[in-house]
Design a protein. Structure first.
Length: 578
């Protein structure tokens, strides 16, 4: 997270953060994809009106996700009034608006020369396609509802070596030139009269095709390099260009959503013009929301905050939480002893859990956790271990997390430009010894701050079983140092040069082990890859220092702590109500 200070006296040099996206694109997480109980979990099934459970097909008859018609996205939350098929869209009360959006999408494809209508050559097979619908509601009371349709190819029908050669990430990109010969049936509602049996020969990549990610990124990367932008070595979706007086302009790319930042508004406008000449863009103006994250700036006090208030409210509403739900003060409580032994052992328990949207809820919590809610990282890390076969005990823990979210929906990350900015990136690391009840593995937790707010965090099980607390902490330190090295390079790209990054640890023995190159018979069994931390510390790239356990905010990312300690950890790293 970067903090750009604005000067209200000079608009030409004031810093700004702009948000643009490709036209016909929806990346609002609240529109993508699809308890009221006491403090101590109960075993009784919830009543339907209070439940956050939904009927779903039995597992043994479910199709594999690769054969689903609907494109898979990161989030399971969907609006109830968004149609799932073409038939439902045109019969919807808003059918006229959906039809207009579909026509606009087809016009865009034709304008971009993405396909041409031909007869299907002999020996060729046409893949299917599907309309995907979404609404972008923006901020309540401020932005009008935008109806957005996306034509998606059913890419799972492609054959390797025939329709595509290289695979990349599964996220759909747009506008890349195709190198293969691909045919697609005409979409519903857009079939040409007299040529209903003809097919679309795709000349450019389309959402859903397996080569779309690579082709889109190759084209965008070539364009940015042609504009004399440099791509960061540490994150290939970050581009920057040096301007006069040691200032920069940055572009951050996520799929086809972009953020621009610079102290020069003129340079931002120039880049927007260049992009619009090459791609069909939608300028969303000053950045206020992206990917479900809300950006709030207090220029008078040089502060920036990130939160997911609207997304969280939709999640809570989707899963049946309301004002009558009893709130709790921590993401988990000490009475939860989660293990694989809590998985269903009887047919009755299995039937009950088949009606629970466990994976949907945990998926939503994961998205919250990776974006703006590091305070739930330890709890989400635990409940996500049992997604393959959750039981009632696991489900009660998930509901507990939702009750915590209900109380803290306004909590987010706060960044401020004060004396902490001069200290650069600061890291904290901690561990929990053998806390996993299934395999007795330890937990690693780390947190890195910049400008007083969190920019990187993690809570995860260690890959091997540690034989002592010192070994567990040593392994945790190694993971934190790896992240520190990457962050050091990343902030250097942004002209925030640090001679070294301070990483604070509350284990004196682990610090001695990391700094001491002398051979120890007691530690010869430790995997050699964990010892690379000694070389890094010896080169003085990372400075490992001791901190009191009471002042280590990473403590909350490794274990369940008391409400008082939890609140103290939040305050240390500015996870506050924003």
């Amino acid at each position: 997270m970067l903090k750009y200070k604005d000067s209200q006296k000079d608009d030409k040099t004031s810093s700004t953060l702009q948000h643009v996206e490709l036209e016909k694109v929806n990346d609002d997480p609240t529109n993508i994809g699809r308890t009221n109980d006491e403090e101590v979990p109960t075993e009784e099934p919830l009543q339907q009106q209070d439940s956050i459970t939904y009927r779903r097909p039995r597992r043994e008859i479910r199709k594999h996700a690769r054969f689903d018609d609907i494109v898979a996205y990161a989030l399971p939350i969907a609006n109830d009034d968004v149609p799932s098929t073409y038939t439902k869209a045109i019969s919807n009360p808003d059918g006229v608006k959906w039809k207009e959006a579909m026509n606009e999408e087809m016009q865009s494809l034709h304008k971009n020369r993405s396909c041409e209508l031909v007869t299907l050559p002999k020996g060729k097979k046409a893949i299917g396609c599907k309309w995907v619908y979404a609404k972008n509601e923006g901020f309540p009371g401020k932005n009008e509802i935008r109806y957005k349709d996306r034509l998606v190819a059913k890419g799972y029908a492609q054959k390797e070596g025939i329709d595509y050669n290289e695979l990349d990430v599964k996220t759909a990109f747009l506008h890349g030139d195709l190198e293969e010969e691909i045919y697609m049936i005409q979409p519903d509602g857009s079939k040409v009269a007299g040529k209903e049996n003809w097919v679309c020969k795709l000349t450019k990549s389309l959402y859903g095709l397996k080569q779309s990610p690579r082709q889109w990124y190759k084209r965008f990367d070539q364009f940015m390099k042609g504009q004399r932008y440099t791509r960061s070595r540490f994150d290939h979706c970050v581009y920057f260009q040096r301007l006069q007086k040691r200032t920069f302009i940055y572009l951050l790319l996520y799929v086809d959503d972009m953020l621009m930042a610079s102290k020069s508004k003129a340079e931002i406008e120039r880049l927007k013009t260049q992009l619009n000449l090459e791609f069909e863009m939608k300028d969303l103006g000053e950045a206020k929301k992206i990917l479900g994250m809300e950006i709030w700036r207090d220029r008078a006090h040089d502060r920036v905050s990130l939160s997911q208030k609207q997304y969280l409210k939709k999640v809570l509403q989707q899963f049946g939480m309301n004002e009558h739900t009893k709130p709790v003060s921590t993401p988990l409580a000490s009475h939860f002893k989660l293990s694989a032994q809590l998985s269903p052992s009887t047919n009755t328990e299995q039937e009950y859990m088949l009606q629970v949207s466990y994976s949907n809820v945990v998926g939503s919590l994961m998205y919250e956790m990776v974006c703006t809610r590091p305070d739930i990282s330890q709890a989400v890390s635990i409940v996500s271990r049992y997604m393959h076969n959750p039981g009632k005990g696991h489900w009660q823990a998930v509901k507990w997390i939702l009750r915590y979210i209900q109380k803290t929906v306004d909590v987010g990350l706060l960044f401020k430009q004060d004396n902490t900015l001069g200290k650069g990136v600061i890291g904290y690391v901690d561990f929990d010894y053998a806390g996993d009840l299934d395999k007795r593995r330890s937990t690693t937790g780390y947190a890195f701050t910049l400008a007083g707010g969190l920019i990187s965090w993690k809570s995860t099980l260690q890959s091997t079983v540690a034989l002592s607390t010192t070994e567990a902490e040593y392994m945790a330190v190694t993971e934190a140092v790896k992240e520190a090295i990457w962050l050091q390079g990343m902030v250097k790209t942004l002209e925030l040069v640090q001679e070294h990054i301070n990483v604070y640890c509350d284990s004196q023995s682990a610090i001695h082990l990391a700094k001491n190159q002398v051979y120890h018979a007691r530690t010869k069994h430790i995997d050699a890859r964990f010892h690379f931390v000694r070389e890094i510390i010896d080169e003085e790239k990372i400075c490992l220092q001791k901190i009191k356990t009471a002042d280590n905010p990473a403590d909350m990312m490794t274990k369940v702590v008391t409400a008082t300690k939890f609140e103290h950890c939040l305050n240390l790293i500015n996870i506050l109500q924003v």
